[in-house]
Design a protein around this ligand. Structure first.
Ligand SMILES: Cc1ncc(COP(=O)(O)O)c(C=O)c1O
Length: 393
């Protein structure tokens, strides 16, 4: 006999993430996946990471296996602050280590939102942020975006109308949009946020994976914005997602409030992983590793750009990402990409339907394609299958 637990109203109706659901279908094999933002495991720096873990176990096993402080190991906070200071002066005391940046997103929802509070987000935006803020009782409102990112006038109007608890942005190579917010747009968005005293959550897991164009400073680096921004970074996309290590930069009381939330959620991130990543950052050359990854992913981005442009039907548009992991396709017709997914999987290819990335009023004729997981010839084959499934050409 099964017992039926009374699930809280927050969770009883909460769907699980469509991306995670698609990933579980893919376990059956034979399917070329453009679905997850899954780094290519052949690129993991396995020898350096093994050496870092061995060092930790050889020199400080008792510490590595013991409980520790919530805000993170001092060595890792120091390394994170040094790396972030290339873009924005940062002290180790402003850093808190998180279990991936997803934990930071979840904790921010818990700490900044009361039920019914509004969060302004891009159209479209990162779906697991929508999920995390929703579970905290947030009401997400999508703000108009163009090729340069969130439109400042639309942001100003939405701030005036909704008095949001915060604005959530992924300015570099957005997930799912692949879009990068221009330097001018960063300034204009910061001007609105500063003028209205609106907090910013700036989520930047992809910024170092740039394949073309010049690097841009975070919005948090606009004068005055640092104190008003929680900036998120992650080891997932540049090192390895399985270590589940990320960090946030936040000044003052909010960092301490996030510590209290993290105590309740899990006490602290795994000490062994924190110490190993700190050792890696101290002794290994992450920049050289990123340069290798960038060279491989750039080739894949270029392959998908060319092959996708060749198969898309007239009227469709696609972003041309300068970095990150995703192309965003808008078919601008009455196609429902969610309804077509089973046919695509039967054809041997997977993607994420775009509807899931909208806070409101979803465009069902959109889809997200990740280009990082497979080499160019597999990308070409996968796009051929997609074209067959959708009846293009
Ligand atoms: C925009 C964005 N934020 C956060 C995350 C979470 O990453 P992690 O928890 O692995 O650092 C992702 C992962 O795909 C992402 O795309």
């Amino acid at each position: 006999m099964t017992f039926s637990f009374p699930i809280s109203s927050r969770f009883a109706s909460a769907p699980s993430s469509p991306v995670r659901d698609i990933l579980s279908v893919l376990k059956r094999g034979g399917v070329i996946t453009f679905a997850g933002g899954i780094p290519d495991p052949d690129l993991f720096e396995i020898d350096d990471l093994r050496a870092a873990y061995e060092h930790v176990f050889a020199t400080m096993p008792g510490r590595a296996l013991q409980y520790s402080v919530t805000e993170g190991e001092p060595e890792l906070r120091e390394q994170a602050a040094t790396r972030l200071s290339r873009q924005l002066p940062t002290m180790a005391s402003d850093i808190a280590v998180t279990t991936g940046s997803q934990e930071a997103v979840f904790l921010i929802g818990q700490v900044l939102l009361d039920p019914g509070d509004v969060v302004l987000v891009e159209r479209p935006t990162y779906l697991a942020a929508l999920q995390a803020f929703d579970l905290a009782g947030g009401r997400m409102v999508g703000v108009e975006c163009d090729a340069e990112g969130m439109v400042p006038d639309a942001l100003a109007a939405a701030v005036a109308k909704h008095r949001p608890a915060f604005v959530y942005l992924v300015p570099n190579f957005g997930n799912p949009s692949g879009r990068t917010m221009s330097a001018a747009r960063r300034e204009a968005v910061a001007e609105v946020l500063l003028r209205t005293g609106t907090p910013l959550v700036e989520d930047d897991p992809y910024g170092e994976l740039r394949y073309s164009g010049a690097a841009l400073a975070p919005i948090a680096a606009v004068p005055g914005m640092a104190a008003q921004t929680i900036l998120l970074n992650s080891a997932s996309k540049v090192m390895a997602p399985g270590v589940r290590i990320g960090w946030l930069r936040a000044e003052g009381d909010v960092r301490r409030a996030l510590d209290v939330a993290k105590q309740a959620a899990g006490l602290h991130s795994p000490v062994t992983d924190q110490l190993a990543i700190a050792r890696y950052l101290d002794r290994c050359n992450l920049d050289a590793h990123i340069a290798k990854v960038v060279a491989v992913y750039r080739e894949r981005r270029d392959a998908m750009a060319a092959d996708l442009a060749a198969v898309l039907p007239p009227g469709a548009s696609m972003t041309r990402p300068e970095g990150g992991m995703f192309f965003w396709v808008d078919l601008d017709d009455d196609t429902d990409t969610g309804a077509l997914l089973p046919r695509a999987i039967d054809e041997g290819v997977a993607y994420v339907p775009g509807w899931a990335f909208y806070a409101d009023d979803p465009r069902r004729c959109t889809l997200r394609l990740s280009f990082v997981t497979s080499p160019p010839e597999v990308i070409r084959e996968g796009l051929g299958r997609l074209a067959r499934a959708f009846g293009w050409g």
